[in-house]
Design a protein around this ligand. Sequence first.
Ligand code: GLP
Length: 284
Amino acid sequence: MAERTGAELFFVRIRFRSWLYSGVEVIIQPDKETAARLVARILASDLRAKPQLVLGLATGGTMESVYQNLVRMHREEGLDFSHCQTFNLDEYVGLTAADPSSYHHYMHHHLFRAVNVAAGNTHLPEGTAANLDEECRRYEALVRQAGGIDLQLLGIGKAGHIGFNEPLSALRSRTRVKALAPATIQQNAPFFGGEAKVPRRAITMGVGTIIEARRCVLLATGDSKADVIAQAVEGPITSMVSATALQLHPRCTVVVDEAAGAKLKEKEYYRWIFANEPEWEGYR
Ligand code: GLP
């Protein structure tokens, strides 16, 4: 291997240190398009560095533009998904893969059909399994067999959940069935044509499962997420807001647009880090 110069070693050391100690880093982007593009670029860069990447995927309206960007990168830049494996966070109980409101369908529609990921390498919990507890255990074992998740993509519910980890989800919880909170049912009602049609339960990776991922990247956009982002990033860690568990993670990047970041107290500090830290050099 070629010898590194002193300057190179300096930056390698800074990078290594920031991975070890940084915890949550917040990146504020001007608008939701730029924020989604940045998340897609982070994911693409990790995928290029490790083609066998184990990717944790999320659903919801916010993620749609991340997947649009990944599809464009696949078409225009040859971003290759052929060696990666994917694990989704969650699925509604009772919905078949063919149901247009299921997360199976969402993932197929927004990403899987448009990139070269092998069908056998994409995984979601089966919401129609005869034995749901057994299905949760199978899913956990599958993640373990794959060697754990390298990069977990996350959105955030208006009440602060990651996956479907509703208020009072144990911070060490594993994949299991959760009853959906009224706020979640309300938030997802537009995807079902009314609250009455939203399933009341879902299988979700646990908070413990999620924060075991080697890297977490959370995307939130729009003013409806401003309160919950301030709580998740700068508030006290509490099982009432499962996203606060990300503060325990050694390498979590939270990407927001100006609207979702509006209520953060330390905005100027976060902006300085993004503008100056060598880790973000290629992303500015
Ligand atoms: C659902 C998903 C979450 C996601 C949330 C945000 O509740 N289970 O994983 O983070 O939606 O959705 P949206 O991006 O539509 O606000």
